[in-house]
Design a protein around this ligand. Structure first.
Ligand SMILES: C[S@@+](CC[C@H](N)C(=O)[O-])C[C@H]1O[C@@H](n2cnc3c(N)ncnc32)[C@H](O)[C@@H]1O
Length: 422
């Protein structure tokens, strides 16, 4: 009897503790596994003026003081719960048609190599204290990870990329939601027409699909189906067994499903989305007024690690580009050996001067970059970047080490460099 009483009391005390614990705590997502993510999670709390201590298991934080709990619940990237309640990002990441946890909503559109980790981008926008309605720039926008994350936070984005494939991907990811009803209608008539091609050869089917896509009058609709076609070109180049027609139909279906999830998310949470303005242009000559940007987050091409023309050659050729001609405009692809590195360094200096011109005073510029290894020699791109920004009058306020996957032989780690213009 006495023992029963003891257990009841013990369970009651535990329950109370757990309740208290969840009432004043921030719980990390289970997929937060790296030290750099823990560092960014701490920085997110710091930027919201939260006072906290980290629990010994390193999976949660005890909150001592918090000014605006709703703000943190809506903005945080690394916490799945604040004070026992799910965060908005917890809901966002559930809207996913893929098996990869980072590829929620439209992030998965097009298999682009070397994308940002969206969770990290959301955290950086918090750390840089970018407010709703402000404008951020990514002048190497690639597949538009920053554009979509900023949009979800009500922040406007200007995205620039020299590759038309990239500007197309970024636009379709962030601008198709408004056109969902029209896309669904177009899909019905398109699939009916495609059914008639069943007996034709693969090349003929590609030709007919291209003609159908080209005749779509509204640009936003045409872009959506054009991207589905480019994803199928990429599928074909990697998994030749899958028929182009099948891959095209499946891609459109899944893309529409993703937009439907996006629509539901926006309606359920009354999200006011940020605007995105993405164009094909050169970072060395930004068509933007001086001091017009509230923050920059970007990842420049790595001098020798990735050949962006080679990576997207199927899509670029399908858009009608001559690969040899456009190579010269891509930073990091001109020249050979030592001259390649020199040209890269010169181009990056011009790029950073342009970024400096358009960024407002007292704002942040975050560069994610690593040192590549060429012929067993380390190319000091990180040091060069710090040097250029310090000469432009910036202060390096954070320098975080980050692991990278997928480029093991050339690059194992990169840096998150947060500079302040002052
Ligand atoms: C590391 S990737 C950016 C990836 C991006 N952060 C993402 O999440 O997908 C670098 C990008 O720089 C672009 N680029 C190369 N030269 C450029 C130039 N002169 N002007 C603008 N963009 C350029 C490449 O096309 C490539 O998309």
């Amino acid at each position: 009897m006495l023992q029963n009483e003891y257990f009841r009391l013990y369970h009651w005390l535990r329950m109370m503790n757990e309740e208290d614990y969840s009432k004043n705590s921030a719980k990390l997502f289970w997929n937060v596994q790296f030290i750099y993510e823990l560092v960014l999670a701490k920085m997110e709390l710091d930027s919201s003026n939260v006072k906290y201590t980290i629990n010994s298991n390193l999976r949660s934080f005890d909150i001592k003081h918090i000014q605006d709990v709703e703000f943190l619940r809506n903005r945080t990237a690394y916490f799945e719960e604040i004070n026992g309640l799910p965060t908005l990002y917890n809901e966002i990441t559930k809207k996913n048609v893929t098996r990869s946890i980072n590829q929620y909503l439209t992030h998965w559109f097009y298999p682009y190599k070397g994308k940002f980790h969206p969770q990290m981008i959301r955290a950086l926008l918090n750390i840089m204290r970018i407010k709703k309605g402000e404008t951020v720039l990514d002048p190497f926008v690639g597949s538009g990870t920053l554009a979509l994350e900023a949009q979800l936070m009500g922040i406007n984005t200007i995205g620039i990329d020299i590759s038309e494939v990239c500007s197309l991907i970024s636009r379709v990811k962030t601008q198709s939601l408004k056109w969902l009803a029209d896309i669904q209608k177009e899909y019905k008539s398109l699939t009916e027409s495609i059914e008639k091609f069943a007996e034709k050869s693969e090349d003929k089917i590609i030709e007919e699909i291209s003609k159908l896509v080209d005749t779509i009058k509204i640009q936003e609709l045409r872009n959506f189906f054009l991207l589905a076609k480019l994803i199928s070109h990429s599928d074909k180049s990697r998994r030749s067994k899958k028929s182009f027609k099948k891959s095209f139909e499946t891609n459109i279906k899944r893309m529409i499903e993703s937009l439907e999830m996006f629509d539901e998310l926006q309606k359920t949470h009354n999200l006011i989305l940020g605007n995105t303005d993405v164009s094909q242009a050169d970072v060395r000559n930004l068509k933007l007024p001086a001091s017009s940007i509230d923050g920059v987050v970007t990842s420049p091409p790595y001098s020798i690690a990735l050949d962006y023309v080679e990576n997207d050659k199927h899509a670029l050729s399908a858009l009608g580009y001559n690969l040899d001609t456009i190579r010269n405009e891509f930073i990091g692809l001109r020249g050979k050996g030592k001259s390649k590195i020199d040209l890269y360094n010169q181009d990056m200096k011009l790029a950073y001067q342009e970024i400096d011109r358009v960024l407002k005073e007292n704002k942040y510029c975050t560069i994610i970059i690593g040192n590549a290894i060429l012929n067993k020699r380390e190319i000091k791109t990180v040091e060069l970047t710090i040097d250029i920004f310090e000469n432009l009058g910036y202060t390096l306020v954070k320098n975080v080490d980050k692991i990278i996957f997928g480029l093991y032989n050339i690059m194992q780690a990169e840096k998150i460099l947060v500079f302040k213009k002052s």
